[in-house]
Ligand binder design. Structure first.
Ligand code: MG
Length: 396
């Protein structure tokens, strides 16, 4: 069996996604994969097109060998763009292997270690009462783990926005950490008195604090028994984890922008975190994400895979397959995709009562309607810019 082509599908059915279709010389057998990096989609597409000549003629069954080839060929290896481009191919190769075997990918990984993959979703509102209502609506839908916040990331610290400098630039958010730090414990004080202590609740800092602020927040939130505090620090602040860790018994989670095992390993070895937020999409694929979760297991680090709406259906299917089989599963983030995604992509993993289930079709069971994908062309978009009130870029 040989790879004959790699098609890159850059499409915007409500938001931008980078999908691939790895073609083979066996009629009807192709693999669907995904390499979306929010705000940098055309760059990933170019990376995939750049290394496609390295793949033509190779046996798609040799997944580990192709992983090593794509990781090492460039010499300047790694980083989010190459990791996502590599993930797109890796996910597609697992899809091909499943289709040839006639089995869903989770079976190739050893079979299910649980009956369903518990998800969390997001409760938010303009104030704690609206956030409570939003959480109650999620509970009514069956969710048992809920992320809570007021407003956007930065909550009460978001003081407004400045208009974009040009038509193609994003608006610039104005943020101050102090009102944010003061407001979050009040939110959890309200929600816990309204909903009790039994439901699993947590909060996402989204890396908007510096280390001493993060340590204080973890301590201030300790009475509210968080499931975890998400991304209290930027990955660059690795040496400050002991400060945050020693401040409280609030469990800690990080990793949604990690791109390799080398980002994760020191945090495992030093026992600084409780949950790792990687997912196959941004660490080079299912092959590497599986290894990272095996590395995490003896350190009691559980998964909390990132699942924002920019982690599209193909990448989500790879996450769900892995989350179905690992022993050290924690939770899976779930966000509904824009409606048009369900028109372009078939076989999206089903959500039921706050849990997600892998597709039982061979491979990942995902397919892309190429004509429909073409009908939603890429729309230029960037990640938000955050500044302090005085105009300084927010450095945290
Ligand atoms: Mg997050």
């Amino acid at each position: 069996m040989k790879i004959t082509d790699v098609r890159v599908i850059l499409t915007c059915p409500g938001r931008n996604y980078v999908f691939v279709r790895v073609e083979t010389d066996v009629p009807g057998i192709y693999g669907i994969g995904e390499g979306t990096v929010n705000g940098s989609e055309p760059v990933v597409a170019a990376a995939i097109q750049h290394f496609t000549p390295l793949l033509i003629g190779r046996d798609p069954h040799r997944i580990e060998d192709i992983w090593q080839l794509l990781y090492r060929h460039s010499y300047w290896r790694g980083g989010p763009i190459f990791a996502a481009a590599q993930a797109a191919i890796d996910i597609a190769l697992w899809d091909i292997k499943g289709k040839v075997a006639g089995l869903p990918v989770y079976q190739l990984l050893g079979g299910k270690a649980r009956d369903y993959v518990t998800c969390y979703s997001h409760a938010s509102g303009r104030d704690p009462i609206e956030t409570e209502d939003s959480a109650r609506a999620l509970i009514a839908r069956g969710f048992r783990v809920i992320r809570c916040q007021v407003g956007a990331y930065g909550g009460a610290g978001v003081l407004g926005s400045k208009p974009p400098v040009s038509a193609s630039a994003p608006a610039e958010q104005v943020y101050e950490p102090t009102p944010y730090l003061v407001s979050v414990p009040k939110l959890f004080d309200h929600i816990r008195s309204a909903l009790g202590m039994d439901i699993e609740l947590f909060h996402d800092v989204h890396e908007q604090l510096n280390p001493i602020e993060a340590a204080r927040l973890a301590r201030d939130l300790e009475p509210y028994r968080l499931f975890f505090l998400e991304d209290p620090l930027m990955p660059e602040h690795r040496e400050s984890w002991p400060l945050v860790r020693s401040a409280s018994t609030t469990p800690l989670a990080i990793g949604e922008i990690f791109t390799s095992r080398w980002d994760c390993l020191p945090l495992f070895q030093n026992r600084w975190i409780d949950f790792i937020r990687i997912k196959p999409l941004h660490v080079g694929g299912l092959t590497e994400a599986r290894k990272i979760m095996i590395l995490a297991e003896p350190y009691n680090v559980r998964s909390a895979f990132h699942g924002a709406a920019d982690i599209g259906p193909s990448a989500q299917a790879a996450s769900v397959a892995l989350q179905s089989v690992i022993p050290n599963f924690g939770v899976q983030e779930w966000t509904r995709f824009p409606d048009a995604v369900y028109d372009v992509v078939s076989g999206v993993c089903e959500l039921k009562d706050g849990s997600i289930y892998p597709n039982e079709a061979p491979g990942f069971g995902i397919d892309i309607d190429l004509e429909k994908a073409n009908a939603y062309p890429y729309q230029q978009a960037f990640m938000p810019i955050v500044r302090r009130q005085d105009g300084t870029m927010h450095v945290y």
